[in-house]
Write a protein that binds this ligand. Structure first.
Ligand code: HEC
Ligand code: HEC
Length: 492
């Protein structure tokens, strides 16, 4: 191409209305907004998050709080008082969920997203919604080993919970989506989840939504244009960002501990059994559902408070110590946002390529063999509602998950170093080099016959029970009905 032709092409691209810059008016993917069709700025209600570290947090009485804020209306330049909704981020979640700048949260957008989330309209034959596999009645999961989608198609993998997905650095077990907005576009085109048509799944879904005048009106108000894939994904993500789970017995004990340490002026921010006892006492006074989570009877078991407080503390110490759970389950939502091979899906020491997990999702140029068979660390809040467990859904109980870790996961060539007894492996290699006898049960891999020896935790029966009890103490209070009741919407 000559210089002059390049220049004239560049000039053409600068012209307003250059074809490539403007989406077709009927595009199902995205459209540009017509501001005159949108809810005027002064009537938009932003959603704000208030976290436990902000002084205002203590003054909020419920999850969803209506208030006002002073702001400048950019369309008129006038100072105005705008309605806002303040979400009281549950105890234990110290940060507000990150919100992408291109998708600010408003109540209208949230309402639209919530409607879409519970509506079968996104599936070809109007039988499946997001809630089919992520139901508020089942911990925003589906209670199945692997999901069942359109035409009763059985999917290959366990449905993860949406609890705190707002905080995930990666979405999906293999992390192939970077945001909730990106993730929300997946199921509509998936022939085991929501799609059973012939053409383009999103074009078909958007055509169904555009045939519904009430949806069309709602999209115009929020986005200033007809329904699109871009806008639907943004609205759904906005709803998902409010599915927050915290407020566990562990969080409450932590808060009581901080208060105690400040009063004692000891400066030692370390949990004691008395902190759990105090938290438990309050649960008995409130006859809360947390007691049932722990296997306690609200009427009869008040005498067990001290015993349970000691056991939960012991479980916590195992989680952060001998059992090494916090090597990966760390932070407010108990995940390192990383991927590890625990050998889930391995059979007889081998891992089929269908179980390559993160490695398979990495694009060329980024393939990392240590990611073979690695899956995302899920959070450990709300576990009592989200069985069965692991990406395969193969473990039905928390006791079974703890047994899985106690034996060091499943041996395979790429078992995470964090799951291995590297000292025993080195001793094995030395012994073999010196011609000494070695354990014939140890599996070895590759030309170098590298031994893989899973790290056994050697937990006692009591320790296993205490660790499970601690996991139950992480479960949390049920969410507010504004989030979990599909028919509940804020007053207009
Ligand atoms: C047929 C069942 C099914 C339907 C319908 C479905 N999902 Fe999922 N969802 C899954 C499964 C299974 C996964 C895990 C897939 C994977 O990791 O490969 C998943 C993953 C997710 C994740 C990632 C969570 C995480 O921690 O990685 C989010 C968020 C999510 N779905 C939201 C939605 C939304 C929003 C919709 C509706 C547009 C939806 N899902 C529809 C089954 C379903
Ligand atoms: C090396 C990192 C690592 C360590 C250590 C670890 N986990 Fe995990 N955990 C993971 C990963 C990764 C998964 C998902 C694995 C999969 O499905 O392939 C997982 C899954 C789980 C699940 C299932 C959650 C769900 O929603 O399905 C539970 C429960 C759990 N871990 C608890 C524990 C406990 C208890 C410990 C300590 C005994 C522990 N983890 C130690 C990384 C780890």
């Amino acid at each position: 191409m000559t210089h002059t032709r390049l220049l004239s092409l560049a000039a053409l691209m600068l012209l307003p209305g250059f074809a490539a810059a403007q989406p077709k008016p009927d595009s199902a993917n995205y459209l540009l907004p017509d501001e005159s069709k949108m809810t005027p700025f002064k009537d938009r209600v932003p959603i704000l998050f208030v976290t436990m570290n902000q002084p205002e947090w203590k003054t909020l009485n419920s999850y969803w709080n209506e208030g006002t804020q002073e702001t400048i209306d950019p369309t008129t330049g006038q100072k105005i008082t705008q309605k806002v909704v303040k979400i009281k981020v549950p105890l234990g979640l110290t940060q507000a969920p990150p919100v992408p700048p291109e998708n600010p949260m408003t109540v209208e957008k949230w309402v639209l997203g919530k409607r879409l989330y519970y509506d079968n309209i996104l599936s070809t034959d109007n039988t499946v919604s997001c809630a089919s596999c992520h139901s508020p009645n089942r911990g925003f999961s589906d209670g199945k080993r692997t999901s069942t989608g359109i035409n009763s198609a059985i999917g290959p993998i366990n449905s993860p919970t949406i609890f705190n997905a707002a905080y995930n650095r990666f979405q999906f077990w293999d992390g192939r989506a970077a945001s909730l907005e990106e993730q929300a576009q997946g199921p509509v085109g998936n022939d085991k989840e929501m799609f059973a048509g012939k053409g383009d799944p999103w074009e078909e879904a958007i055509a169904r939504i555009r045939a519904n005048p009430s949806y069309v009106q709602a999209f115009y108000r929020v986005f200033g244009h007809a329904p699109t894939r871009d806008a639907a994904a943004k609205a759904i993500a906005t709803y998902e960002r409010t599915i927050l789970l915290g407020n566990s017995l562990d969080d409450k004990a932590n808060a009581l501990m901080r208060q105690r340490v400040i009063e004692e002026e000891s400066g030692k921010f370390v949990l004691k059994a008395e902190d759990y006892a105090k938290a438990l006492k309050a649960e008995f006074a409130a006859k809360s559902s947390v007691l049932k989570d722990l296997g306690l009877d609200a009427e009869k078991d008040a005498g067990k408070i001290d015993e349970y407080a000691k056991r939960i503390l012991a479980g916590r110490e195992l989680f952060f110590g001998k059992a090494r759970c916090s090597n990966c389950h760390t932070g407010d939502t108990f995940t390192d946002h990383s991927f590890h091979n625990l050998g889930v899906g391995a059979k007889d020491g081998e891992l089929p390529p269908s179980e390559f997990g993160r490695f398979a999702a990495l694009p060329p140029g980024h393939k990392d063999p240590s990611m073979i068979g690695a899956f995302k660390t899920p959070g450990t809040r709300g576990l009592l509602w989200t069985a069965p467990y692991l990406h395969s859904g193969e473990e039905k109980t928390l006791e079974a998950v703890v047994e899985f870790y106690d034996r060091g996961g499943n041996v395979n060539p790429w078992l995470s170093e964090k799951m291995r007894d590297t000292e025993a492996e080195a001793a094995y290699i030395r012994a073999r080099a010196q011609g000494q006898p070695v354990d014939p049960n140890v599996k070895t891999y590759g030309p170098a016959k590298r031994p893989i020896i899973p790290l056994k935790l050697n937990l006692t029966a009591q320790e296993k029970a205490d660790l499970v009890l601690y996991l139950k103490a992480l479960n949390g209070d049920p969410l507010d009905p504004i989030v979990t009741d599909p028919n509940k919407f804020p007053a207009p």
